[in-house]
Design a protein around this ligand. Structure first.
Ligand code: ATP
Length: 589
């Protein structure tokens, strides 16, 4: 079972604690077996009427009990530490690995799936490694030792008393196997419920605006219904199995009482031995149950482990080539040579036969319809994906020969809906350069036309922006993202312009900010508005994944029919333009 063996490997860093935990369990187990035997002896003493050793036996039982208690507390503390340690290591490892994977991996993964591996599966593994293994060891050995002790005292009675053990273990294992997935499904559905509630509340503006409370309620009711159904499945399982697991040993107790009692009456067995058997059976109840549950746990952990290894074994596909170093010196000269790129699983290429030469320091606007390949093209510059054919070069170096970290430090992206982390405004601006001083952060914000509104926030630069920066307006978020790019001081800048979301004066401010950012570096602007094209030195027209035309505004007006059409009628994807560009803007292109 390779998965199982690999799982055990996670215990390696915790070996001393695992050994200590097993040793503590073994001694505690010895006490567990000793107590019924001592009890039997004490009862024999009482029965014989002289009771000379009664005090000593009583004290010995007391000491064994206290020892067992102390050892169990210690063992639980040590095992708990191991379990949490394994959890921490694993979390770190999974997260570390996920971040090392290329963007393409995430394109094809459901976030929920990854999350469930990082939480539910990880819990199953850590619980088994931390507790389950020791439980199996402890319970198994307790049962074996008790069985040996019982066989020595009275073989026939031992066999009778031990009959329920395999059944209880098997049934408990079966319960463990069935109950855990049912419980996990409950968890999963509760997670869906939370997501549904979150969406309704997060999207409350849309819900209210369209007066669709009824629809949201209906959906929510369906989700709560699903939780109820799954919880009922789990409840039915426990309603049946739990009493059954308790019932079988009671049958055993009845049989022991019946047969053992008769043997004591007939004088074939001492009352002490009988009492010892009785106590053994009572004391074995917990280990029997525990062994079964832990075996179920082992099965779950192996299944969860396999799911975790699927992620951990997925090799990153975009890595630094051996000996890859920094980008050569330069001012951001970008060349694409016969580039063809297809997304994994896509029916056709998103880009094909793209050849481009953009001199360092120039600003180019990428123009084209939705889905024509603009975003894909700029993603290739930072090597977020690897091309299948051709090459992408920055300042003469093929991006595949450069250390990806160095490459990405030289390229900054301002997205059309910028992502801000739930941190302070200053931390968000300094994301690429956490060591930047407050003066640097402020300077970048000023140049990005963001200082004034930041200064008006309740705590200025120390205001925390919520998840995804939702407490800021679209235009504000964009300017914070521009400041972030400015502070990174990249050689190549990519701007996914989405100024259509903001009003004219904010747009003007953003434009001014962009002017600041673009100075002295190569800039690619994905232009969604004609007015944005005016910021560019050159224009690249893209259609169906290939470059249709490349030149200055005047050249393209001459050479490209599509470009002329764009200038006359607006961008193909801008049918929803709220404000037609003024003649002056178009004329000023
Ligand atoms: N992660 C992806 N996986 C598979 N296909 C993708 C992926 N991203 C984009 N595509 C496809 O590649 C093509 C080019 O998309 P791209 O995002 O580059 O277009 P775009 O010109 O930037 O469009 P827009 O102006 O709408 O942003 C589209 O057909 C799109 O469906």
């Amino acid at each position: 079972m390779p998965t199982f063996r690999r799982l055990l490997g996670f215990l390696r860093p915790h070996r001393p604690a695992v050994i200590l935990s097993a040793a503590l369990a073994a001694v505690a187990m010895g006490m567990t077996v000793l107590i019924p035997w001592l009890t039997g002896r004490a009862i024999d003493q009482i029965r014989s009427g002289h009771g000379a050793d009664l005090d000593r036996l009583g004290i010995a039982i007391g000491i064994a009990g206290v020892l067992r208690f102390a050892l169990t507390v210690a063992r639980r503390l040590v095992a708990g530490r191991v379990s949490l340690g394994v959890e921490q290591d694993l979390r770190q490892r999974v997260y570390d690995h996920l971040l090392s994977l290329e963007l393409g991996f995430f394109d094809r993964q459901q976030t929920g799936q990854l999350m469930s591996r990082a939480t539910v599966d990880l819990q199953a593994v850590r619980f088994f490694l931390g507790y389950g293994l020791v439980f199996i060891l402890q319970s198994g050995l307790t049962i074996v030792l008790a069985a040996v002790a019982m066989l020595v005292v009275d073989p026939l009675m031992a066999v009778i008393s031990l009959v329920p053990v395999p059944f209880v273990v098997l049934i408990a294992a079966r319960y463990g196997r069935r109950a855990r997935p049912a419980q996990q499904a409950v968890q999963q559905r509760i997670a869906e419920l939370t997501a549904a509630a979150e969406e309704s509340i997060g999207g409350v503006r849309v819900v209210k605006a369209f007066a669709r409370e009824d629809r949201q309620l209906e959906r929510f009711a369906t989700t709560t219904g699903r939780v109820f159904e799954q919880e009922m499945i789990a409840t039915r399982l426990s309603a049946f199995y739990q009493p059954l697991i308790g019932f079988l040993p009671q049958v055993g107790l009845g049989v022991v009482l019946l047969i053992g009692g008769r043997r004591v009456v007939d004088g074939n067995m001492t009352l002490g031995d009988f009492a010892a058997f009785y106590t053994y059976l009572l004391m074995l109840l917990v280990p029997m149950r525990q062994l079964g549950m832990s075996l179920g746990l082992a099965q779950r952990a192996t299944a969860s482990g396999a799911r975790l290894f699927q992620v951990l074994d997925r090799e990153p596909r975009i890595t630094a080539a051996p000996g890859a170093g920094a980008l050569p010196e330069g001012n951001g000269h970008v060349e694409l040579q016969d580039v063809t790129f297809t997304y994994e699983g896509a029916p056709g290429p998103a880009l094909h036969d793209v050849t481009l030469d953009v001199a360092g320091g120039t600003t180019v606007a990428l123009v084209g319809a939705t889905g024509s390949g603009k975003t894909t093209l700029v993603a290739l510059l930072a090597r977020l994906y690897d091309v299948q054919e051709g090459s992408v070069r920055i300042d003469g170096a093929d991006v595949r020969d450069v250390d990806p970290v160095a490459l990405r430090r030289a390229i900054a992206v301002v997205d059309d809906s910028p992502f801000l982390f739930s941190a302070t405004v200053a931390e968000n601006i300094a994301y690429a350069r956490p060591d930047a001083s407050r003066e640097d952060v402020e300077l970048a914000a000023r140049r990005a036309q963001a200082h004034d509104f930041i200064a008006r926030l309740p705590e200025g630069y120390d205001t925390r922006v919520g998840e995804r920066g939702l407490t800021l307006s679209g235009g504000q978020r964009q300017r914070v993202a521009i400041a972030r790019a400015l502070l990174a001081d990249p050689r190549v800048l990519v701007l996914d312009d989405a100024t259509s979301a903001v009003d004219a004066s904010t747009e003007q401010q953003i434009k001014e900010a962009l002017g600041e950012v673009m100075a002295g570096r190569t800039t690619f602007i994905i232009a969604h508005r004609l007015s944005t094209i005016a910021l560019a030195d050159e224009i690249i027209v893209i259609e169906d994944g290939t470059v249709l035309a490349h030149g200055t505004h005047e050249e393209l007006l001459e050479a490209s029919e599509l470009y002329r059409e764009i200038v006359e009628k607006g961008l193909p994807d801008q049918v929803f333009l709220t404000r037609k560009p003024s003649e002056r803007e178009v004329a000023g292109l």
